[in-house]
Design a protein around this ligand. Structure first.
Ligand SMILES: [Zn+2]
Length: 601
């Protein structure tokens, strides 16, 4: 079938679209960190940490005189040394500020050592227990690295490498990032674990996890025949369940590698460390994974796929600041659907995307205030962002979309990116601007609500165009101007069904499609590529279906012709109805999806 006519712009709304908001500032880069060495002594009995952190970097300002690091004010700094020489420092808030003994020209190295101690507060680091055994773990949320070690606490400030050297009482085991290069026992009944990280790493994904771990191991084999350890640190009593659950990790790894390229930390490992929080976090090469998630029945495979994908999206490529966190969370959530597609084909992929349609998405995906923690990790930045990637795939086509993913990972490998960086990479592959798409879906908040009417053109008064179906799509969402999207239209005829793509962008838009026969049914977006709602079948049941949470004005509705979506919106008190009501009799449009709750007004 062929699109023969796009016409009849019945109504066009000129309401302003949301402009991309002002960007949150990227932290000034006065020096570039090259290396961290964390030397920590953890005492579970007193719940204290005694630490020394060495920081090496390069001056990036013309003449560096002053240096600052982030460290929680609840930790006491004993001394700061510059190249071994003690210097004066101040502690404004959660900072350590100091003047260098001499100004350092751009490109020259600096080396600091901070000695400190205390009981870490807040969520970033906790002393606890499981079954009477000490359980100590970091939890790398935004701005929580400073809760337990001094650093430049922004995801953009990656060190080229790090060493993490942790001493604990026997028989506790320390799991951390990178490779375990030494374990040294002392006569004092302690053991020191030395972990070496030889890939760039952001502070928020540096981690330690300590308890009476046992390990469950497996291997990942690359296409080139290399092998890398998969090491899972779990509580002894959970090892059987963990062995069951984590058996799927090699399969997920192969799926992610096929889509995203080789695992980025191949010379080290991929690991998981069980910890006490009912949560999970993508610490580099060592995902933190809550005890309650280890069930032995694969009920959290989705989280395993999500966390492993973060090794590419979040760790290999970090965000320049937390405003862009959707680049981490959207991709990690979407990766689960891609794995499902690899495993079970298009139906499994669609089912995974349908599960991610949480409906009550609030606010834009781009979080203008990068310090607003409550907005950073929500269904909007996880699930809606995964839908945005799914829709972008539909807009760009598979070849350009997956090419762009690879380009993005390559361009920002072991570095950090922004939303604009990703958009630009996509536009290069697509060959056209995608500003409209990002404006609608990343910076905007609406989803389209489509009302469909269709008729065989030959049925119209005086109509003689056999084999043409006339299709009118109205966008009746109340909260936003019309949304531009390509919509696949499936038209059933007595000869069979066929699909055509139309570009819909107006409040009311009519299309005449050549179908080569008499149409018996029309379905919008049968493939489920658009985060949308469809105006339901006519009648009160349809209204209840669409607005399950609303008190309906039944008397008013009884008198209403349901085809008039504008009046419908007004009855619902939502001010919908930018589209013109039609004089033609409406057919019941096809309807898909589950009952939906309206967004909060
Ligand atoms: Zn995540």
């Amino acid at each position: 079938m062929r699109l023969i006519l796009v016409c009849s712009v019945v109504a066009f709304l000129t309401a302003a679209r949301p402009a991309p908001p002002a960007r949150a500032p990227i932290a000034p880069d006065e020096f570039r960190v090259r290396y961290y060495r964390l030397t920590l002594d953890l005492d579970p009995a007193s719940e204290t940490l005694v630490g020394q952190v060495a920081v090496e970097g390069l001056a990036t300002s013309p003449l560096l005189r002053h240096v600052g690091l982030d460290l929680a004010s609840t930790l006491a700094v004993d001394s700061v040394a510059v190249r071994g020489q003690a210097v004066a420092f101040s502690r404004p808030g959660d900072r350590i500020e100091l003047d260098l003994p001499r100004a350092v020209p751009r490109g020259e190295g600096i080396a600091l050592t901070v000695t400190y101690h205390g009981h870490p507060q807040g969520r970033g680091f906790s002393f606890g227990a499981h079954d009477g055994v000490p359980m100590i773990a970091s939890y790398g949320l935004p701005y929580t690295a400073r809760a337990w070690w001094p650093c430049r606490d922004t995801p953009a400030a990656k060190a080229d490498s790090a060493d993490i050297v942790v001493t604990v009482p026997e028989p506790l085991v320390v799991a951390s990032n990178g490779r375990l290069v030494a374990v040294r026992a002392s006569s004092a009944g302690t053991r020191t674990f030395h972990w070496a990280v030889r890939y760039p790493i952001s502070p928020d994904v540096v981690s330690v996890a300590v308890t009476d771990y046992v390990t469950v191991s497996a291997s990942y084999h690359t296409a080139r025949g290399d092998s890398m350890p998969l090491v899972f640190y779990v509580y002894p009593q959970d090892s059987a369940r963990a062995r069951q659950d984590f058996a799927v990790v090699p399969e997920i790894m192969r799926s992610h590698v096929a889509r995203f390229g080789e695992y980025p930390f191949l010379r080290e490992k991929y690991g998981i460390a069980e910890f006490a929080r009912p949560s999970y976090r993508e610490h580099q090469t060592l995902t933190a994974y809550g005890s309650s998630l280890i069930t032995g029945d694969h009920s959290n495979d989705r989280i395993l796929a999500h966390e492993l994908a973060h090794q590419w999206f979040g760790d290999l490529v970090s965000v320049k600041n937390w405003s862009h966190v959707w680049l981490n969370e959207g991709f990690a959530t979407y990766a689960y659907a891609l794995w499902q597609e690899q495993r079970g084909g298009r139906a499994a992929y669609r089912a995974a995307m349908a599960q991610a349609d949480r409906d009550d998405f609030s606010g834009p995906i781009y979080i203008a205030d990068s310090t607003n923690l409550a907005a950073l990790f929500t269904a909007t930045t996880f699930d809606k962002a995964s839908w945005v990637l799914h829709m972008l795939r539909h807009v760009m086509g598979d070849s350009a979309f997956f090419g762009a993913l690879r380009d993005y990972l390559r361009a920002y490998t072991y570095a950090a990116a922004t939303t604009e960086d990703f958009q630009l990479v996509c536009e290069r592959r697509y060959g056209r601007s995608l500003a409209w798409f990002f404006r609608e879906w990343i910076y905007g908040t609406a989803r389209p609500v489509y009302a469909l009417e269709w008729t065989n053109a030959s049925d119209a008064p005086g109509g003689s165009r056999a084999g043409v179906v006339t299709l009118t799509i109205r966008q009746v969402q109340s909260e936003a101007p019309p949304i531009r999207m390509p919509i696949d239209v499936t038209i059933a005829t007595e000869q069979g069904a066929a699909e055509q793509r139309i570009w819909d962008s107006l409040a009311t838009q009519t299309f005449a499609l050549s179908v080569g026969g008499r149409a018996t049914g029309v379905t919008l977006d049968a493939g489920g590529w658009i985060l949308k709602r469809l105006v339901p079948p006519s009648g009160l049941e349809g209204l209840r279906y669409m607005h399950p949470g609303h008190q309906l004005d039944l008397a008013g509705l009884a008198a209403l012709r349901v085809a008039d979506a504008g009046a419908l919106g007004r009855l619902m008190g939502r001010g919908a109805g930018r589209g013109r009501s039609s004089d033609r009799g409406s057919r019941s449009p096809p309807c898909s999806g589950r009952a939906r709750r309206p967004r909060a007004a």
